[in-house]
Design a protein around this ligand. Structure first.
Ligand code: GEM
Ligand code: ZN
Length: 395
């Protein structure tokens, strides 16, 4: 080994590290394949596709045995073939030494690969597509909601692989006329969605007049994680049968998409007066909402409610904007397999998909972290305030 180091040094290359570098992804939401780790300056990796599907973009792995101060390079060699391969430009990888404090590592999309370098401060580091929301944290969030936010476990569904899908209810007035539904992380790689739910639940713990008024008028129905199998498996977009849950709202069945089937049944039992479906968008570096303009049942009433929600969220000072987003569906042309459209149509209610960025919110960039868990949580607080202000207009 020493001789080898000396020879490499002669040729002007970096010495071979004495400690072997190890890369692992065999843990909750882990996803990476090691193609060639022979050159620590350029470790060749690949993202694994979702099970029973071709989608991929989410990655999450741990690197151990690093020499602090030495320069390491990583190349996600199949990034160019990922589901949203246009999304890598302007994207920077998320990293952490302790799985608590996550920061961005300058990255570039070159030769079809996502490439980044790091001189680590510690011997181990985690890299991910976005600040991960772990299943352990999910379990803690459910406990916190039950013990401190006045929530109850209203019903519990099961994923394809038997993981719990908790439906929480917050109800302080048995006569509350409105039923408000917020669901998150149908797309398992969109971890910002459950960070958003954590923000909502923490806001519910801090009692105040605004919240009290809301809960006199409405019960909240919350699903913090719609797709626990996909999240655990490190998927981008699908459940364990390879189905995109946000394309299953016209065809949900107990075998292939039990996650959607469960929530739809509960919605039909309870009713829905407002629906928010929380997501992340790979490409657009902004927070935005997508309404139901293309639904056959879209009406002036719903258009006015959408406009009012957007106006209030803008005025709240939230990190949010209405300039960039998806193009509007033509009248009557909505894709009713999406949750937002399906629920808005069936229940004739205000219904939005809320999208947060994987990159940054470019109206107020924070290069050190990009968009992250904390910003997702702050957004949720503002959204809850907007909902409180509109609750008596919903019907
Ligand atoms: C979107 S679709 C994904 C859009 N991403 C890019 N980069 N165009 C989502 O996943 O949140 C909503 C949907 O399901 O249609
Ligand atoms: Zn999504």
């Amino acid at each position: 080994r020493r001789a080898e180091t000396a020879i490499l040094a002669t040729f002007g290359q970096q010495p071979v590290p004495e400690v072997a570098m190890q890369i692992s992804s065999d843990f909750d939401s882990g996803n990476i394949e090691v193609l060639d780790a022979g050159n620590p300056q350029r470790v060749l990796l690949a993202i694994r596709p979702d099970l029973n599907s071709h989608h991929f973009q989410w990655f999450h792995f741990k690197v151990e045995g690093l020499l602090p101060g030495q320069r390491y390079g990583f190349s996600l060699s199949n990034a160019g073939e990922s589901a949203y391969n246009q999304a890598w430009s302007g994207y920077h990888t998320v990293a952490s030494y302790d799985q608590r404090d996550w920061f961005r590592v300058p990255s570039r999309f070159e030769d079809g690969a996502l490439q980044f370098e790091l001189e680590p401060r510690e011997a181990q580091v985690w890299f991910a597509y976005f600040e991960p929301y772990s299943r352990a944290r999910h379990d803690g969030l459910i406990a916190q909601a039950l013990e401190r936010a006045g929530a109850e476990l209203f019903a519990c569904g099961q994923s394809v692989e038997g993981r719990a899908i908790q439906l929480l209810r917050v109800s302080r007035n048995q006569q509350a006329p409105r039923k408000l539904w917020i669901i998150a992380q149908q797309h398992p790689g969109e971890h910002m969605a459950e960070w958003f739910m954590e923000g909502l639940i923490e806001r519910l713990q801090r009692d105040d007049a605004e919240l009290d008024a809301l809960l006199q008028q409405a019960d909240l129905y919350l699903v913090p994680n719609m797709n626990p199998d996909g999240a655990f498996r490190g998927h981008l977009r699908t459940n364990a049968t390879g189905k995109d849950l946000n394309r299953a709202w016209q065809s949900a069945d107990a075998r292939e998409t039990p996650e959607v089937y469960f929530v739809q049944q509960q919605m039909r039992r309870v009713g829905v007066d407002l629906f928010l479906d929380i997501h992340g968008d790979e490409e657009i570096p902004q927070v935005f909402t997508v309404g139901c303009a293309g639904n056959p049942g879209y009406s002036p009433r719903l258009a006015a409610l959408e406009a009012e929600f957007r106006r209030r969220l803008l005025a709240s000072g939230a990190e949010y904007q209405t300039v960039r987003g998806y193009p509007l569906d033509a009248p009557g042309q909505a894709n009713l397999t999406l949750a937002c459209n399906a629920v808005g149509q069936e229940f004739d209610c205000l219904s939005f998909t809320l999208e947060m960025p994987f990159k940054d919110h470019d109206d107020r960039p924070v290069p050190q972290t990009g968009w992250n868990g904390a910003r997702s949580k702050q957004l949720a607080e503002k959204v809850l305030g907007v909902v409180a202000g509109m609750v008596d207009q919903l019907r």
